[in-house]
Every structure is written in C-alpha cells, then in structure tokens.
Write a protein that binds this ligand. Structure first.
Ligand code: HMN
Length: 290
C-alpha cells in the first residue's frame, strides 16, 4: 500500500489552441510535479474534465500519462462513467497501459439506488483486474456514500481505498478506523490537514497541479509529528484556494499554470474563461509562487 500513500495531483487535461488534447503540455505538467516529489497522479478525474472528453480522448489521455510516467510513479485512472460498460471499457484501457489502480465516482444523474451503485462497482472489479479506489464526491455526483456504504466496498479485497472529497470527516474516521489497512485520500485541498488528522494517508487534489510542493511538505511534517509547522502552510494554501473559489477553481488553475510557463489551454465549454480582471486578481494572489 506504500505506493498509494502520498501526494497525487488530480491532473488537469491540457488542450491546445484548437481545443485538442495537448500531450506536450501534459508532459511538462507531469515532469514539473515529479520533480516536486509527488507520489503519483490521478488521471482523468473531475479536474481532468473527464466528462467533457470523448471516449477516444479519454483513452489517449490514459495512454499518454502512462508513457510519460514510464514507471516512475504510481498511476490511478479515474474510469467513472454513468454506464457500467463504458466505465469497464476505460478500465480495460487502464489495465493495458499498466496503471496501478482504477477509481470511479458513483454513477450519477438518474438517482441510482445504493444497490445499483454497489452493483456498478462490483461489476467493474469483476471485469477489470485492477484494485479499485472508490471516489466519494457528493458535491459533484449528488451521491453521498456513508461510512457504512463505504464499508460494503472495503470489506472486499479488490477495493483498496477511498478518495474522500467530502467535509464529512466523521465518516472518514469511521471507515478508516474500521479498515485501517485500506488507503484513504483526502479530497478537499483546503482541508488537507484536517483529513490527515482524521486518518487520510495522503491526498488527491486539483490545486496540487501548481503547488504540490506545499502538500508534500505538509504531509512530511505531519508524518514527523510536526503539525504546528504544517499549519502555516495550510493557511497560505487556503489564502490561494479562497481566491480560486471566487473565480472558478479549474479556470484559475489553468491560468496559473500558463503564468508558470505550462500552457494548458482553456477549459472545455460550457466552462467559460477568466476575464482580464479575474486573471489579474489570480496573478496578484499567487505571484509569490513563481
Ligand atoms: C478530481 O477528481 O479531479 C479531484 O481530485 C477533485 C478534487 O478533490 C477537487 N475537488 C473538487 O473539485 C470538488 C479539489 O482538489 C478541489 O478542487 C480543491 O479542494 C478546491 O476546492
């Protein structure tokens, strides 16, 4: 499980000026983060605009990230889709590309029952021979997995952990205490230290794309029992995240990376773009980073 414990940027998907997947920028983004000591990457998640990519683009993204990583880090493919068959197809691509694990949001939109959701996950682990990390993100999926629900997955060997993008830290503590050997990823970057305090082994986050070093540092400090030294870093990170939330987190992240010399293009429509004023506001907020 060691290879899953640490900091995993939820990779943005870079596009070029024609709105096509930009492999070169992905390489720059991954290389910069590898130098900062990340443990691996979460590929094709919410941050990666998974649901705005075509099927072939998503498969290409998995392939490119695996080729760039070339065995140097742990790779988790987010394969989530509303359709079980489609998710399984993405899972097979992840397996072919040599990923270490798959992960999925709950199937969404139709208000599936928990038994249906459970069947979705069990169908996936039955069809794809890779360990599964359940992705609990009520804010986007509209599905809240309780600690008991999560226990129904973690009691099976094929489920190795949970990515918990929720501020229900009581639930996190409950499932981590019940299954201490499973790996738990904190999802909200602005509450990273809270997550570590309640049992998370590391985190998967979108703001890691441009400031992973701060999370790597906090993670190390906490492991060494130096929480009070990590707290000012969380405060600094939160000053930045508060600004990102005002203008749109993903838009701001792409803008910041451009300022850092990695042009990831725009988000896919219907996402809009930052206005000039918003861009200057973001720049003023993060300029100390570069
Ligand atoms: C992913 O699936 O791409 C991410 O891991 C999602 C990640 O947990 C982000 N959550 C959401 O966007 C809802 C956070 O990194 C988030 O962007 C950050 O904490 C700012 O709120």
């Amino acid at each position: 499980m060691e290879k899953f414990k640490g900091i995993f940027p939820a990779l943005l998907t870079p596009f070029d000026e024609n709105n096509r997947f930009n492999e070169k920028a992905l390489e720059q983004l991954m290389e910069m983060n590898l130098k900062k000591g990340v443990r691996g990457f979460y590929v094709g998640g919410s941050t990666g605009e998974a649901f705005l990519l075509s099927e072939s683009e998503r498969k290409q993204l998995y392939r490119s990230a695996a080729q760039i990583a070339n065995g140097r880090c742990t790779l988790i493919a987010h394969i989530g889709a509303i359709s079980t068959d489609q998710a399984a197809e993405f899972g097979r691509t992840a397996l072919e590309c040599g990923y270490d694990a798959i992960s999925s949001v709950s199937p969404f939109y139709y208000g599936f029952t928990f038994p249906e959701i459970k069947q979705y996950y069990f169908d996936l682990v039955g069809q794809v021979e890779l360990p599964m990390i359940v992705y609990n993100i009520p804010k986007y999926s509209g599905v809240t997995l309780s600690a008991d629900n999560i226990g129904e997955f973690l009691s099976d060997d094929r489920f190795i952990g949970v990515k918990h993008t929720s501020n229900d830290y009581f639930a996190m503590e409950q499932f981590k205490s019940a299954y201490p050997d499973k790996v738990v990823f904190n999802g909200f970057d602005e509450m990273f230290l809270a997550g570590l305090a309640m049992g998370a082994d590391g985190g998967i986050g979108s703001t890691y794309n441009f400031m992973a070093e701060k999370f790597v540092k906090m993670h190390t400090l906490v492991k060494e029992g130096r929480l009070s030294e990590a707290q000012p870093i969380q405060k600094e990170v939160n000053r930045i995240i508060a600004a990102l939330i005002k203008v749109g987190v993903l838009k701001a992240e792409k803008a910041i990376l451009k300022m850092m010399g990695i042009d990831c293009g725009a988000l896919r429509k219907p996402f809009g773009q930052l206005s000039k004023e918003e861009e200057s506001y973001v720049y003023e907020t993060v300029k100390n980073l570069f």
